[in-house]
Design a protein around this ligand. Structure first.
Ligand SMILES: C[S@@+](CC[C@H](N)C(=O)[O-])C[C@H]1O[C@@H](n2cnc3c(N)ncnc32)[C@H](O)[C@@H]1O
Length: 204
């Protein structure tokens, strides 16, 4: 991680009020749509969103799920999400402090884990620890939308900020997911540096 958790939290809280308006790239929108589409919950499912931000993913999924647990390190970002959940009458979404390696779900059964545009803040080794923690929660599905490298990234056109972000290759993510008992059931390439991975565990 190129910044501490506290530095990332402060950075996002500072921009929380403008965050939604600034997410205007086709790649971000495509990622949100694909994560929501692949999560595809049923009305009995409990969903955990890690790095929920202002709730782009959870607000779309909540109407189709039993319960949504939205976790982030930035209270400023989550406050924006809470306002939108309330305005939309969504009373099955719970925002609260939580991070990849300590999701703060208190032993609750989680059916689906989602995460969009967040895991790239972690180093390769931290992503491995994060995916181990996600696997420990026992979900049947993990849908990850993020900055990730399908090939060698063009140094002149990074889709990320090298001073704060630390994206992995798709190969590294696939290895860690399979090492933790997931099968990669879908790989969506949105851009050479952006994709959505769907990882599932059968018979659990
Ligand atoms: C680029 S925003 C993405 C927000 C949302 N998922 C979306 O798709 O719009 C990244 C979010 O990840 C949060 N974050 C960064 N590092 C985190 C960590 N280790 N655990 C949980 N959240 C983290 C930030 O506070 C921020 O709200």
């Amino acid at each position: 991680m190129k910044k501490t958790i506290e530095e990332h939290a402060d950075r996002f809280s500072d921009i929380a009020g403008d965050y939604d308006d600034e997410q205007d790239s086709d790649e971000y929108r495509a990622c949100v749509s694909l994560v929501v589409e692949h999560a595809n919950p049923s009305e009995d499912d409990a969903i955990l969103d890690l790095g929920t931000g202002t709730g782009a993913i959870v607000l779309a999924l909540a109407p189709d799920a039993k319960r949504v647990i939205a976790r982030d390190i930035s209270e400023g970002m989550m406050d924006e999400g809470r306002k939108k959940a309330e305005a939309n009458g969504l009373d099955n979404v719970e925002f609260g402090e939580g991070r990849f390696r300590a999701p703060n779900v208190d032993g609750e059964k989680i059916d689906i884990v989602v995460s969009n545009f967040t895991m790239h803040h972690l180093s390769d080794e931290e992503k491995r620890e994060a995916i181990e923690a996600i696997a420990d929660l026992g979900p049947r599905k993990f849908v990850l939308g993020d900055v990730m490298f399908f090939g060698t990234p063009d140094p002149d056109e990074p889709f990320y900020s090298p001073e704060v972000d630390d994206p992995s290759t798709v190969g590294h993510l696939a290895d860690v997911l399979t090492d933790n008992g997931f099968s990669l059931t879908s790989v969506e390439r949105v851009h050479e540096q952006v994709g959505v991975l769907v990882a599932e565990r059968y018979g659990e």
